[in-house]
Design a protein around this ligand. Structure first.
Ligand SMILES: [Zn+2]
Length: 270
């Protein structure tokens, strides 16, 4: 009988950056993290958090928090670089480890009684032994929607995109007690004052900035004129699908929603 050789990958975070081997090609994905060895983080070895992937792969989270590791064999990269450069599935592994790191950092003390919390060994949770309160990593659902009307798509610009001139699909957090579809109708109406119909689920994407789950929808315009809210959205317009402004790249769900809308319009015009 041959023993199963497990691949171990180390997700080491320092502040909000991921450590990678100095000469790693980010396009090769998380594979490169198997080349990090324990001798570079000996001091943190006891705090390593094991994340089960499958019988062949083990992920280990090492959170150095504010410490900056200076070691000749590593460099640090931002999560934005990870999302831009790594294959999508690999980004999701990094996103998961990062979200666990954020969860552990922000749940040191019990939100109910203030006692120190302990990590649960068999599931990703923090537990308070004083009052038995248990917390799990937070996931915040956020809808994102591409609205089409004839051969035009509604795109908007928020305060933060003002400088870059970037336009994107509308997005917003789901409120307590609301369905995802209700959130689509409410957010669209609040942000740009129009009503939509034929809301259809498209796809989803974990977005670890810091713990969103983007739930993508396609919708058709129903009624109303664009009136921007002036708070979250500063500018919005109908853009001809063949003449788009600067839009999000295809690794993001916004980029893929725009691409899908374009596809639907082409199908319709044939
Ligand atoms: Zn407690």
């Amino acid at each position: 009988m041959t023993a199963i050789v497990k691949i171990k990958r180390y997700f080491i975070f320092s502040n909000d950056r991921l450590l990678v081997p100095i000469e790693a090609d980010l396009r090769s994905g998380v594979e490169m993290l198997a080349n990090l060895t324990q001798d570079i983080f000996t001091e943190y070895a006891e705090q390593t958090v094991h994340i089960h992937v499958n019988e062949h792969i083990e992920h280990h989270l090492v959170d150095m928090q504010k410490e900056i590791l200076e070691h000749e064999s590593v460099r640090s990269i931002s999560l934005r670089e990870v999302v831009m450069m790594m294959p999508k599935e690999d980004f999701q592994h990094v996103a998961q480890a990062w979200q666990y790191a954020v969860f552990l950092r922000t749940h040191q003390f019990c939100g109910r009684c203030g006692s120190r919390m302990d990590r649960v060994s068999w599931e990703m949770a923090m537990h308070c032994h004083t009052c038995q309160h248990r917390c799990y990593p937070r996931v915040s659902p956020c809808i994102i929607v591409a609205i089409r009307h004839g051969n035009k798509i509604l795109l908007a610009q928020g305060e933060r995109q003002k400088e870059s001139g970037f336009f994107s699909t509308l997005a917003g957090f789901v409120e307590s007690g609301e369905t995802l579809e209700e959130a689509v109708h409410r957010e669209v109406f609040e942000e740009v004052g129009v009503k939509v119909k034929n809301v259809e689920y498209f796809n989803s994407q974990p977005w670890p900035f810091p713990h969103s789950l983007m739930v993508g929808y396609l919708a058709e315009y129903d009624s109303g004129d664009i009136v921007v809210d002036g708070k979250e959205i500063i500018q919005a317009d109908w853009f001809d699908i063949d003449n788009l402004p600067v839009v999000p790249p295809k690794f993001s769900i916004a980029g893929r929603l725009i691409e899908e809308t374009q596809k639907r319009m082409l199908e319709k015009s044939v």
